[in-house]
Ligand binder design. Structure first.
Ligand code: FPP
Length: 233
């Protein structure tokens, strides 16, 4: 089986999964977080080098205060918990998204986690928090304009490579495979620039039920596609 180098996942369906079980949405997020932990290990064990997950979008602030609160608390716990996995797996963690919009204690935890894992290079785990693809491009273009004005950037065309290097994902190859769970077939403002040549796999399985078997199904689908653009594009 030809493994994708980089998998991106939209973790969707926690709420509906909980509702089906007559449980509060928060319960779905708790089980979804436990599943992320498990699947991150599965993906690391398979030897996949890059994993990027969509955990909280710039739109998700519109959810109820209670749900946002639960998610923030889950992030707090998870960001602390994965420090151990970073050491064990020589894994680097990077948060993508607008960190300035996150609560200050979470920002500190992010700095600490990114700092302590910065030199690990077996795997890179990117977690999108307060992330929106358009917002990322807006922030990148603003910095490009600033640097152009200051003369930091060479005059002339702003190339794809320059844009790449100003995105939150700078230095990371684009995803080969993007998986969205729970039946929706949109990309919902996830990695708009980076998914240009990515294969998309959609499944009805909700995120809390997504497991190794489902992942292999997604990779088999990816293997069956005609990758006309070769490895990189
Ligand atoms: C979508 O389910 C999921 C989210 C908005 C949050 C995703 C978060 C996690 C899996 C948990 C935590 C992640 C980390 C990094 C700790 P939904 O609520 O949109 O489900 P629905 O579409 O059924 O309502």
């Amino acid at each position: 089986m030809n493994l994708p180098k980089h998998i991106a996942i939209i973790l969707d369906g926690n709420g509906r999964w909980a509702k089906q079980r007559k449980m509060p949405r928060s319960y779905g997020h708790i089980v979804g977080t436990a599943n992320l932990d498990k699947m991150c290990n599965v993906i690391a064990d398979m030897g996949i080098r890059y994993l990027t997950v969509y955990a909280f979008s710039t739109e998700n602030w519109k959810r109820s205060q209670q749900e946002v609160g639960t998610l923030m608390n889950l992030f707090r716990k998870y960001l602390k918990k994965i420090e151990r996995d970073c050491v064990k797996r020589e894994m680097r963690v990077r948060i993508i998204g607008d960190k300035t919009g996150m609560p200050s204690d979470i920002r500190e935890m992010i700095d600490e986690l990114e700092g302590m894992s910065a030199n690990y290079d077996k795997m890179l785990f990117q977690i999108a928090l307060n992330y929106g693809g358009r917002d990322e491009i807006e922030r990148a273009v603003t910095r490009i304009a600033d640097d152009a004005r200051k003369g930091v950037l060479p005059e002339g065309r702003i190339t794809s490579e320059i844009i790449d290097s100003y995105l939150d994902t700078a230095g990371v190859p684009d995803p080969d495979l993007m998986i969205r769970t729970s039946g929706e077939t949109r990309i919902s403002n996830f990695l708009l620039w980076q998914l240009a040549y990515t294969e998309f796999y959609f499944t009805d399985v909700a995120w809390p039920d997504f497991n190794k078997k489902e992942l292999i199904r997604a990779i088999e689908y990816y293997n069956g596609r005609d990758r006309r653009f070769g490895d990189a594009r």
